[in-house]
Ligand binder design. Structure first.
Ligand code: ADP
Ligand code: MG
Length: 243
């Protein structure tokens, strides 16, 4: 379903991703852990070309983009296959919850307003936000905004949802409601890649855990392998510090 080959990214000569290889199957939930500054966000952003890789191939579903000859058309197709959930929700401030979820369906996926509304209402219900559908983001808590961002990410029926530290901007008491929504999506078989520092959650929800260090995948395995029996010294050290 997803295949990343020899992905590199440099910013002004500084190499941030140094050859990432990754394969993810349909319905797999993969968590990515690692110290700050190791390229986790850059990797997620390269997957949908929010950041343009310096080198390497990305295949998602039936779209394949090679950095050496990526076309605008390929990139647009790749983006249609992915959704991203950001740390800071990134909702449109001048749109209601419902309008936020409807937006990409209408603008990118050319659905009619009625159809977009119908899909969006169902998703708001799924994330427990239907009763807030006419609220603007400023009138909602961080946890509520993030649940709307998740509904928005699901609306376009992507091949994969990319989560970049979805709970790290939230007050501690709001983390649980967001994690439980993500968990419910995992149960539905939605393919997800989740950058997170929530170890308990990663253990619980992931089929596979990746530890990134200094622009490469230093270690990957099942949650049991990574959390209970890490082979890489840096993985062990990192888990000690945050665990
Ligand atoms: P992580 O998400 O693991 O904390 P990032 O992917 O955000 O790491 O960043 C990895 C490195 O790339 C950092 O050193 C960061 O400063 C650098 N970096 C990220 N984005 C940019 C950018 N747009 N321009 C220049 N440097 C960047
Ligand atoms: Mg990051």
């Amino acid at each position: 379903m997803i295949k990343v080959e020899n992905l590199h990214k440099s910013f002004k000569g500084a190499e941030v991703l140094r050859g990432i290889n990754l394969e993810i199957k349909q319905s797999e939930v993969v968590s990515i852990l690692g110290p700050s500054g190791t390229g986790k966000s850059t990797l997620l952003r390269c997957l949908n070309y929010l950041v343009e890789p310096t080198k390497g191939k990305i295949k998602i579903g039936d779209v394949e983009v090679d950095a050496s000859n990526a076309t605008k058309k390929d990139i647009i197709e790749l983006r249609k296959h992915t959704s991203m959930v950001f740390q800071n929700y990134n909702l449109f401030k001048n749109k209601t919850a419902l309008e936020n979820v409807m937006e990409a369906l209408i603008v990118v996926h050319k659905k009619s307003k009625e159809e977009a509304r119908e899909i969006s209402i169902k998703l708001l219900e799924k994330v427990g936000m239907l009763d807030r559908k006419d609220f603007y983001p400023s009138k909602l808590s961080g946890g509520q905004q993030q649940r709307i961002a998740i509904a928005r990410a699901m609306a376009v029926n992507p091949n994969v949802i990319l989560f970049d530290e979805p709970t790290s901007a939230l007050d501690p008491e709001l983390v649980g409601e967001v994690l439980s929504v993500i968990k419910s999506l995992a149960k539905e078989g939605i393919t997800m890649i989740i950058v997170t520092h929530e170890i308990g959650f990663a253990k619980d929800v992931s089929n596979r855990v990746i530890f990134m260090d200094n622009g490469v995948i230093a270690e990957e395995g099942t949650p049991d392998e990574i959390f209970n029996n890490p082979k890489n010294e840096r993985t062990a050290k990192f888990l000690n510090v945050i665990g």
